[in-house]
Design a protein around this ligand. Structure first.
Ligand SMILES: Cc1cc2nc3c(=O)[nH]c(=O)nc-3n(C[C@H](O)[C@H](O)[C@H](O)COP(=O)(O)OP(=O)(O)OC[C@H]3O[C@@H](n4cnc5c(N)ncnc54)[C@H](O)[C@@H]3O)c2cc1C
Length: 322
């Protein structure tokens, strides 16, 4: 694999580098052949052909516009906590959203999509605003949370969202109200419509600072007994199964997997987490191929035992393998 290169500043005579013209708006920060594994919580994945960390919403929009105009395939990466990146990497341009500003607006919080959900949750506590406690301990960016309608304990980001500003495939910036974002369980209309989330507003209400903090600690404490904090993973690998008669309207995929014997499964360095059968962990040098093979085995034992087809929650990005 070629080494990483950063785009050089223009030569003193004004001549530009030999990189293609579409890379111009990203000058100085764009890199080539960048390994993506360190940018994911699973610590797996090959290189991006081109990698651009967008530090502002304007930088993000400019990079997407430049890549799209040139017909370059574009992949947006948030905090990499819900993705499995191909061992062969990602062709084209990977834009890493790092626009992280958060502001209080009345009793609402405005966040750029690259802000971490954890920072938004902490900010709500610091401002004594209640409503985001359920999201304590969920990894990822605010944009990733809107894209996948992240949530826990029967609540999700859609419950507190007022609007999100998105960039459409046509390059238009639109402020969409919650009702137009097509939210469903662990899903929004972003994938189907090609919307990139730029920012959003969440509606909270004044609360008691100590009570908010205590509830967040309680939830983080519960999560720590079930989810790996120090071992690389992408959280739950499969979606829970929707069932109106079950608690929170879902049958946990982890319970089916556990009962079917998934905890003993391992492929290479990809294993099933000992405390949660719906979590795949990277025990060292796991590859995306290992994870895909393990996930196939997990689906297979649930299909054979229950006749249920598990659906991926973690998204595969990049060059197909196999
Ligand atoms: C230990 C652990 C526990 C977890 N627990 C939970 C949980 O309780 N509940 C839960 O819902 N999730 C959980 N997750 C999964 C993950 O935290 C969420 O899905 C998170 O919202 C993903 O955000 P991200 O920024 O990391 O997205 P990424 O992994 O970077 O990307 C995921 C997808 O979103 C797209 N995307 C990212 N940003 C944007 C944007 N701005 N606009 C459009 N598309 C975008 C990407 O292209 C990709 O397709 C957990 C993960 C871990 C590692």
């Amino acid at each position: 694999m070629p080494g990483t290169e950063t785009l050089n500043p223009p030569a003193s005579d004004g001549a530009t580098s030999s990189w293609p013209a579409w890379t111009e708006p990203m000058r100085g920060a764009l890199k080539r052949h960048v390994p993506l594994a360190p940018m994911t919580t699973l610590r797996i994945g090959g290189p991006a052909d081109w990698y651009y960390p967008a530090e502002s919403v304007e930088g993000l929009v400019a990079a997407l516009a430049a890549g799209r105009a040139a017909g370059v395939p574009i992949t947006l990466l948030g905090d990499g906590s819900n993705v499995l990146i191909s061992d062969r990497g990602i062709r084209g341009l990977v834009v890493h959203n790092r626009a992280r500003n958060i502001e209080r607006r009345g009793n609402d919080l405005y966040a750029e999509a690259g802000a971490s959900l954890a920072d938004l949750v902490s900010r709500s506590r610091d401002e004594s605003l209640t409503g985001l406690e359920f999201a304590s301990g969920i990894f990822g960016s605010v944009g990733g949370a809107v894209y996948g309608n992240a949530g826990a304990y029967g609540r999700s980001i859609a419950d507190v969202l007022v609007w999100a500003e998105v960039l459409t495939r046509e390059g238009e910036r639109l402020r969409l109200a919650k009702g137009d974002l097509e939210f469903a369980y662990r899903r929004s209309g972003c994938a189907a419509n090609g919307w990139i989330v730029l920012s959003c507003l969440v509606r909270l209400s004044p609360g008691d600072h100590a009570a908010i903090g205590a509830e967040m600690e309680r939830i983080i404490g519960i999560r720590a007994t079930k989810l790996p904090v120090d071992i690389p993973s992408a959280g739950s690998y499969f979606k829970n199964i929707e069932d109106p008669s079950a608690e929170y309207g879902k049958v946990p995929a982890g319970r089916l997997l556990e009962d079917a014997g998934a905890k003993s499964l391992r492929v290479g360095d990809a294993g099933v987490y000992e405390k949660h059968a719906n979590v795949i962990v990277n025990l060292g040098q796991a590859t995306a191929a290992d994870v895909l093979a393990l996930a196939d085995r997990m689906k297979d034992i649930v299909r054979r035992r229950y006749g249920i087809e598990l659906e991926n929650e973690v998204r595969f990005l990049g060059e197909p393998m196999g």
